[in-house]
Structure formats: structure tokens, C-alpha cells
Write a protein that binds this ligand. Structure first.
Ligand SMILES: Cc1ncc(CNC=O)c(N)n1
Length: 302
């Protein structure tokens, strides 16, 4: 057992503890009061004010505070968000105490995940194309993501041979299987573009925030793991995540504003997107737990 990864009872966030779950999804989430009131004049005005400094054009604005729906979610579900982005596995990389077998396990499993992630991103690209909004720039952002996934797959192969991991012999563990199945579900035609986009942003953002933390000043990340951290923790990837976030916020804003013909349907889209965001965070926590060797689950899946 790795000494650097916490057992369930040691986890300060209580994410795996059966008595201390910060959040469980037993039924679809209802939206917060502020979201429910989004069509009232005062709330709408307040929202416009908050959004003012931001251009909702899909361009990245690092360092600029967000005022969109994704920001509301991150604040509302802070505990699980921190659980996913400051997981003991990541902290062990950052403090240099990471267990090598754990890192190798993560490498093999993440290769399987990334292969499944490619068709998911391709499906989001198709949705962006079908939307027919050329001026939004969504397709360009998603296409750049697909391009870097091509490099990423090559990197996994190279990294695996560096660490003596035979990728052809790696079998998917349960959390990997579940996460890949979730991606497949998101590719179904009945899933809204807004929901898929929110999931896409959340998946990328967790890795960006996690690995950027390993590169911050004062971190003791071992030199041989720096390249892995650079892959998702670099500024370019940060800009890309901001672009994804802006797209998700724009789509969510449109759904919540009631500007769509079927208000009820669009409200449903916003709550589905929030549930999907939470499920991504849970799958990410499960994935890190698996990498540590603590194959616990953060919450039961419906
Ligand atoms: C489990 C997981 N989540 C997110 C990412 C980042 N996206 C693509 O690489 C990843 N590689 N693996």
C-alpha cells in the first residue's frame, strides 16, 4: 500500500467516507434560488452587470474572474471540486512523495481513458457543426483540442515505454470502465450540446487545475514527472480551458435566459448540465482514488 495516498478514514475532505459525503446525487438536482429566479427583472439585471467585463466570445481571459454559470457551480460544489483538483494523488506528485507504481497505474489507465475521450470530443465537434453558428468560433476551439489529443496519445506511448509500462497489456479498472461508459452516454443523440460542452470543460479543467498545482512555486514535483504535469498544467492548456469555459457559459446563459422557444426544456438543460458537472467530478475523484490504490467510490452512481 502506498504510504503517500490517504486511506479513506484519513481523507480530510471525507470524500470516501460513508458518513461524511459532502455531496451525493440521489435524485436530479433542483436549481438554486438564484438560478430559478433568472427570469425576474432584478436578477437578470444583476447578472448582466456581473457579465459585463466578459466578452462571451469563446476567447480566453486568464486571471479574469468569472461570473458565469460554471463559476456558480464551482462555488456551490466547492468541496467536491477541491476533492477532484487537490486529490492526495496530485498532492503526492507536488510534494515529491508519489509512489511509482501508483504513477504507472495512472499512466496506463489514463491512456485508456484518453482513447475513449477522443470520440467524445469528436461528438462535441459534430454538435458544434450542427448548431451552424460559424461566428461563435466553437469549432476552432474544439478542433484544437482534438489536435492536442493526437499529440497526447503519442506522448502516452512514449512515456509508457520510458517507465516500462506495456500499454497493450493494461486492462481497464472499474473506475476507468465506468468513466468511459459515461463518455459514451454523453455521445448519445438525445444529449444536448450544452450538457456535453459543460462535461467537456469540466473534464479538461480538473486536469488543468490539478497539474498546474504541481508546477506552482514551492512544489517539489520530481523532475521526471514535470513533463506529465506540463502537458496539462501549461498556460496554453489553461487558455484552452478558459475558452471551453466561455463556450459552456455562453450556452448555459442562453438556456437559462429563457430566450429559447421552450423555456421548460431549456431549464431542464441547465439542471442536467449541473448534474453532469458533478458526475464528472465524482468520476475524476474515483479515477485518482484508483491511481492511489484506494479503489473507493465517491458516491453511488444512479
Ligand atoms: C481521467 C482524465 N480526466 C481528464 C483528462 C484530461 N483530458 C485529456 O487528456 C485526462 N487525461 N484524464
Amino acid at each position: 500500500m502506498a504510504t503517500t495516498c490517504w486511506a479513506d478514514e484519513d481523507c480530510p475532505l471525507g470524500l470516501s467516507s460513508p458518513t461524511q459525503k459532502p455531496f451525493t446525487i440521489s435524485r436530479p438536482l433542483t436549481r438554486t434560488n438564484s438560478l430559478e429566479q433568472s427570469n425576474t427583472e432584478s436578477t437578470r439585471k444583476g447578472k448582466e452587470e456581473r457579465m459585463k467585463p466578459q466578452k462571451m466570445d469563446g476567447k480566453s481571459k486568464p486571471g479574469v474572474p468569472y461570473g458565469g454559470m460554471t463559476d456558480t457551480w464551482v462555488k456551490k460544489h466547492r468541496l467536491i471540486y477541491i476533492g477532484a483538483t487537490r486529490h492526495p494523488f496530485i498532492l503526492s506528485i507536488r510534494d515529491g512523495t508519489v509512489d511509482l507504481p501508483a504513477f504507472k497505474r495512472w499512466l496506463g489507465q489514463d491512456y485508456i481513458f484518453v482513447r475513449a475521450f477522443v470520440p467524445f470530443v469528436a461528438s462535441v465537434l459534430i454538435r458544434a457543426y450542427e448548431k451552424g453558428d460559424e461566428s461563435s468560433g466553437d469549432m476552432e476551439v474544439i478542433l484544437s483540442g482534438l489536435g492536442s489529443l493526437n499529440d497526447e496519445i503519442a506522448w502516452f506511448k512514449q512515456e509508457a515505454s520510458k517507465w516500462g509500462v506495456d500499454l497493450s497489456q493494461v486492462a481497464p479498472e472499474k473506475p476507468t470502465q465506468h468513466y468511459c461508459r459515461f463518455l459514451e452516454e454523453l455521445m448519445r443523440p438525445e444529449v444536448d450540446y450544452t450538457v456535453a460542452m459543460a462535461a467537456f470543460w469540466a473534464i479538461e479543467a480538473v486536469y488543468q487545475e490539478s497539474f498546474a498545482h504541481c508546477l506552482e512555486e514551492g512544489s517539489k514535483t520530481p523532475p521526471e514527472l514535470k513533463e506529465a504535469c506540463q502537458r496539462w498544467g501549461n498556460d496554453g492548456f489553461g487558455h484552452y480551458c478558459s475558452s471551453l469555459r466561455n463556450i459552456a457559459d455562453r450556452l448555459l446563459e442562453k438556456a437559462a435566459s429563457g430566450s429559447m422557444p421552450l423555456v421548460k426544456v431549456s431549464e431542464d438543460v441547465v439542471s442536467k448540465a449541473e448534474v453532469t458537472f458533478l458526475r464528472v467530478l465524482e468520476y475524476e475523484v474515483d479515477f485518482w482514488n484508483m491511481s492511489c490504490g484506494t479503489a473507493g467510490h465517491s458516491a453511488p452512481k444512479p
